[in-house]
Design a protein around this ligand. Structure first.
Ligand code: FEO
Length: 170
């Protein structure tokens, strides 16, 4: 169903299209990676490092330019919303980035070790994806309507412009 607000005040959809493209990219690459091949594994790890760094930047931009503002607005209206307060508090981006960066140490180990690491990485990525996609859906379905409710059209237009600018320049 199409959202009830104009595209120019939709702060999540454009960045999330990019994040979903990145998710599809690593899912596709995972299925074609042969973990016993050092070049395959190294290529995957470089791609995942770039991807998870971009996820982190996305999260920092949301924190600074959307969620902080929403929390402040709710606080000024004496509204307490635990979903907004806890958004991003339990995500696994740092943990995933560490797992991926550790992977470079495994590229020089015996084939059986690389296969073991690959199995662990595959499971971690599947688990991460199962929470990351619903997380983005929650932002679009729950937080965007709150933004529409508590911010003016012009305020949201400015927030969206800043969010897009930050994604393009960070
Ligand atoms: Fe838009 Fe918090 O990921």
């Amino acid at each position: 169903m199409a959202p009830n607000w104009p595209e120019e005040v939709d702060v999540f959809s454009v960045p999330h299209s990019r994040m979903k493209e990145l998710v599809q990219g690593y899912l596709d690459q995972m299925t074609s990676t042969n973990f016993s091949n050092v070049i395959h594994l190294t290529t995957l790890l470089k791609h995942l490092c770039d991807t998870f760094r971009e996820f982190k930047v996305h999260e920092q931009i949301e924190n600074k330019y959307i969620l902080c503002k929403l929390r402040q607005k709710l606080r000024s209206l004496s509204i307490r919303n635990s979903a907004v307060c806890n958004c991003h508090s339990d995500n696994r981006l740092t943990e995933m980035l560490e797992l991926v960066e550790d992977g470079f140490d495994w590229t020089w180990r015996p084939q059986a070790d690389r296969m073991h690491y690959g199995f662990k990485l595959r499971r971690a990525l599947e688990d991460f994806t199962q929470t990351f996609i619903p997380h983005m859906e929650e932002e679009e379905a729950v937080f965007q309507p709150m933004l529409i409710e508590y911010f003016s059209y012009d305020e949201l237009k400015a927030i969206k412009a800043e969010v897009i600018h930050q994604h393009l320049t960070n």
